[in-house]
Design a binder for this molecule. Structure first.
Ligand code: PYC
Length: 312
């Protein structure tokens, strides 16, 4: 199986170029479902130890159903499929350029939640015009064991997020363990108390938001991804969700730049234009840098007891 590894603002992406499962035809959403129902062990074997680790996001290249898109991509982490993935879209564009399959310039990439615009600006920098984002609910109160009442917003940025400034510790790398523990408790409390995204969708990303810690940033975050891995980057879809909240509060005008810091201090630069949907929907553009870290053939030896990954 040929894979290209990259990281975007510190967050790893493994692009599966060949040797992945055949998911047939149909919408990318249907093919993403098939990937997880019928090929679960493929996902674990590609992402987890001993070949990877739980923060790696997989990006399976598939033929697009939308003929205007340069590629179709299904994103997944060890726990399940992702809708959109900002960091992995930047990583995919940079990796496709590395392979000589994508020129600098404007393209579209199809994902299970819609096609996104990708402007590959240099061999390592891309701007992604995301799917429409909005704040679904504001000022939601959730009772969290050990943390008390936590107030936050539920927003869509291509995945579902609960964003809160009620943080268990400052948003620094030294506090990743306590931040992870707090975010896991909040996600469980949301599920237990029936707090969801639209149409009962599970909120699987928790985003702690706070003030910037660098001289260039406008805000900092810590994002817990599905499972227990945190995003080393500022999370593209989480940053888009944050812009939707800022726009809904009247705190950021269209076209004005927002620099989002991650918990490791890496950054994305964003702005938005108004969307069409309700809740002051926005179409955010996320610009960031990715670097190819490996161009690899993965082996799956039938005699290897851990060929399917180390799973609980
Ligand atoms: O960048 O959108 C993102 C993302 C989602 C999960 C991990 N990264």
């Amino acid at each position: 199986m040929r894979v290209i590894d990259s990281h975007t603002a510190g967050e790893p992406t493994r692009l599966i170029v060949s040797g992945g499962p055949d998911l047939g035809t149909g919408s990318l959403a249907a093919r993403a479902k098939r990937l997880f129902c019928d090929h679960r062990s493929f996902c674990a074997s590609v992402l987890l130890e001993p070949r990877g680790h739980d923060a790696v996001v997989g990006a399976l290249l598939v033929p697009p159903s939308d003929r205007t898109s340069a590629a179709g991509v299904i994103y997944f982490n060890p726990v399940g499929p992702l809708g959109m993935c900002g960091h992995a879209t930047i990583g995919t564009a940079v990796s496709l350029h590395h392979l000589g399959r994508l020129d600098l310039g404007q393209h579209r990439i199809e994902t299970p939640v819609g096609s996104v615009g990708v402007q590959l600006q240099t061999p390592t920098r891309a701007a992604v015009e995301n799917v429409e984002s909005d704040r679904h609910r504001a000022g939601v109160v959730v009772e969290v064991q050990g943390l008390g009442q936590v107030v936050g917003d539920v927003a869509w940025g291509g995945n579902w997020f609960f964003l809160t400034s009620v943080i268990p510790a400052p948003l620094t790398l030294a506090n990743v363990e306590v931040l992870t523990r707090g975010a896991v408790l909040i996600r469980k409390a949301l599920a237990d108390q029936g707090i969801t995204g639209r149409d009962g969708a599970m909120i699987d990303h928790i985003e702690f938001v706070g003030p910037p810690m660098t001289s260039v940033g406008h805000g900092r975050n810590f994002v817990l991804c599905p499972g227990t891995a945190y995003d080393r980057s500022p999370c593209g879809t989480g940053s888009a969700a944050k812009l939707a909240c800022l726009a809904a509060d009247g705190d950021l005008a269209p076209g004005v730049q927002w620099i989002q810091e991650s918990v490791i201090g890496s950054t994305y630069t964003l702005h938005y234009r108004p969307g069409r949907g309700p809740n002051a929907a926005v179409i955010a553009t996320i610009t960031g840098e990715a670097f190819v870290t490996g161009d690899t053939v993965l082996n799956f030896d039938p005699a290897d007891p851990y060929r399917a990954g180390i799973t609980p």
